[in-house]
Design a protein around this ligand. Structure first.
Ligand code: AOF
Ligand code: ZN
Length: 366
């Protein structure tokens, strides 16, 4: 019971790192003294900065001796940008370590074993689900070698993202749009299809931006149709335009327009999205925010590459007009992409739904 309370606090602390730690995880830690009183708290705030355990141990000082540490991720056992946390916990004289989720990376794993060998009582798995959820982006990146993908949509109650004449400004409220900017700023890359660039000329920036040069703007543009004067090429943030291996650039004006170009294999009438995600992972993109349009979102869903859905639903009805999601490979109801709701909240007059696939990535990726 007490254990659960302290681990829940560690998860809460971990969440404070959201948006700041990439390409590192968010981690929280609570240290108790031998009498069971909270002596120190910490979280990982930025890549290269002190790990959560070190922050909490520093605050606890001598009081950590004989105490307990609660950590949302297995303490690291490697010397990276900072020294091993397993060592720091041993040196501090902590008697018991409670872990939520094991570290999946070969470089850092082994902290639990090192602690046990040093005589520390170690348990693992407490509030694992909560700790997985708070660190979902990084765990996906670490386990699968590809970024975590959040698909964002805005629609009416009847699931339409534009009216019959194509007008779509503004379906959701100013509050919802501000919320989108907040979520964008937490991601490493914002991905959109060229159809959206041509239709809406979005800037795809996060205002206010969190880190210079982030989020990276990515346009999925098989045939290099992005106009050289599109706002995504305004230089306010770096932009990557993904085109097909055999796309002829002559006459498109995209070369020298300020974007980085990457050539990817074609797949299913578009680009190979797994290859795109692999390319992004190589650029240390841990989390992707997928926005617009329905065709690209449909391809991501069809290939099982959407890890979270954030839907802003406006209290309005259209009755006609394009759907928020395009063809997603579903024929019969039995093939529906089933999700689990994680959160429902009111954002101004709109509702924000957060959901994740009911099946794990290995059984859904195609
Ligand atoms: C963190 N923060 O609180 C914990 C981490 O680049 P380094 O040297 O800081 O090491 C990063 C790795 O350390 C990270 O990928 C993860 O496996 C492990 N634990 N990392 O950034 C933390 N506890
Ligand atoms: Zn560490």
């Amino acid at each position: 019971m007490q254990d659960t309370t302290h681990m829940a606090r560690a998860v809460e602390l971990a969440a404070r790192g959201h948006g700041g730690t990439s390409p590192n995880p968010v981690v929280g830690c609570v240290v108790l003294d031998a009498a069971g009183q909270v002596a120190g708290e910490g979280f990982h705030a930025y890549a290269g900065g002190p790990h959560a355990e070190v922050v909490a141990l520093r605050e606890a000082g001598e009081r950590a001796r004989g105490g307990t540490a609660y950590v949302t991720l297995e303490p690291c056992d490697h010397t990276g940008r900072t020294g091993p946390c397993s060592r720091a916990l041993l040196d501090a004289g902590v008697a018991r370590v409670v872990i939520a989720v094991p570290d999946p990376t070969p470089q850092a794993a082994g902290g639990a074993a090192r602690l046990r060998a040093g005589g520390v009582a170690v348990t693992s798995g407490l509030l694992a689900e909560e700790a997985e959820r708070v660190n979902a982006e990084w765990l996906t990146y670490a386990r699968l070698g590809r970024p975590h993908v959040t698909w964002k949509l805005a629609a009416t109650i009847d699931g339409r993202s534009a009216a019959a004449d194509g007008t779509s400004r503004w379906i959701t409220s100013a509050e919802a749009r501000a919320d989108v900017h907040r979520l964008r700023a937490r991601c490493d890359a914002i991905v959109a299809g060229v159809g959206t660039v041509l239709a809406d000329d979005p800037r795809l920036t996060a205002r206010p931006a969190r880190t210079p040069g982030r989020p990276l703007r990515v346009v999925v543009d098989t045939d290099a149709r992005t106009p050289p004067h599109a706002r995504v090429l305004d230089g306010e943030a770096p932009t990557l335009v993904a085109i097909a291996e055999d796309t002829v650039l002559e006459g498109t004006g995209i070369e020298g327009a300020g974007a980085d170009l990457v050539r990817l294999p074609r797949h299913d009438g578009g680009l190979d999205l797994r290859a795109l995600l692999k390319e992004l992972a190589a650029r240390q993109v841990v989390s992707v925010f997928l926005e617009g349009g329905p065709t690209l979102a449909g391809s991501f869903v069809r290939h099982g590459l959407v890890d979270r859905v954030v839907a802003y639903v406006a209290p309005a009805l259209l009755g006609a007009g394009p759907a928020a999601l395009g063809e997603a490979g579903v024929r019969g109801i039995g093939q529906a992409h089933r999700l689990i709701f994680d959160e429902v909240s009111l954002i101004g007059p709109d509702v924000r739904l957060t959901a994740r696939p009911a099946t794990p990535p290995h059984s859904r990726e195609k």
